[in-house]
Design a protein around this ligand. Structure first.
Ligand code: SAM
Length: 247
């Protein structure tokens, strides 16, 4: 089972080189990240995120941690649904977090915690959160099993883990050619025009192809200690939502 990602996109890379490469990508695109999400997915990322949100417990005192939370998209939605003042967004990238903090201020949200953290070594105490979410983040993490074990550690008994991520397994598989043409032919060009960094979006397309398929990812979640692992795919298998629990 692939518990560590040893490539940066298609290039072989050490953990240090890979982590550096991922940081560079998000520092470079942070300011235009949200607009690119809408452009690239034709707004579909909103539907995928809405599906994740439909599984968020509506509890006013929910203690939620959104890891690799970037500019805060998931955290804002959790805040809107629950009204909880106990939401923490963490990310390794200070530029992404800075964008998120600005968005929060613009929305008038002042009771959310923003923290620089590495998903592979979180600073939070054991059994701290009711909910752990990671949306389009896990694919960028090098030590997958380590990050999943950290998620399990910081969740309370009974806590819920949710991961939204691109998937390399399309259904029907005949769509692969069209998807490849779109993701390798169009996305890096549009990414280049909008953010000035076409290579970042080439990395995005490549990183999806080398990421574990949904069943393999579910196996890693079980290996990390999670129970009741289930997943569903959306939009012809391009995206998978995994849900599991710490019991
Ligand atoms: N969750 C947001 C969303 O759904 O729009 C942002 C996702 S963005 C594609 C991926 C984020 O993962 C980036 O902000 C990046 O800095 C963060 N990231 C990458 N590696 C990480 C790590 N090891 N620990 C924490 N965050 C990480």
């Amino acid at each position: 089972m692939q518990s560590t990602q040893e490539t940066f996109g298609y290039q072989k890379a050490s953990r240090e080189k890979r982590d550096e490469g991922v940081q560079r990508v998000f520092s470079s695109v942070a300011k235009r990240y949200d607009i690119m999400n809408d452009l690239m997915s034709g707004g579909l990322h909103r539907l995928w995120k809405a599906r994740l949100l439909s599984e968020v417990p509506k509890k006013a005192d929910l203690k939620a941690l959104d890891v690799a939370g970037g500019t805060g998209d998931i955290a804002f939605r959790i805040h809107e649904k629950t009204g909880s003042p106990n939401i923490t967004v963490c990310d390794r990238n200070p530029e992404m977090l800075a964008e998120g903090r600005t968005r929060a201020l613009n929305k008038g949200i002042t009771n959310m915690t923003w923290q620089e953290e590495d998903a592979q070594a979180l600073s939070f105490a054991d059994n701290s959160f009711d909910l752990y979410t990671i949306s389009f983040g896990l694919r960028n993490v090098t030590l997958l099993l380590q990050a999943l074990k950290e998620a399990h550690r910081v969740l309370k008994i009974g806590g819920k883990f949710m991961c939204l991520e691109f998937s390399p397994e399309l259904s029907p598989s005949g769509l692969q050619k069209v998807y490849d043409a779109y993701s390798f032919g169009i996305i890096p060009r549009v990414g280049g025009m909008v953010t000035g960094d076409a290579a970042a979006y080439q990395y995005l397309a490549e990183s999806i192809r080398v990421f574990p398929k949904p069943e393999a990812l579910a196996t890693l979640m079980r290996e990390a200690g999670f129970s009741c692992v289930r997943y569903e795919t959306m939009t012809f298998g391009t995206v998978a939502l995994h849900i599991c629990h710490k019991i």
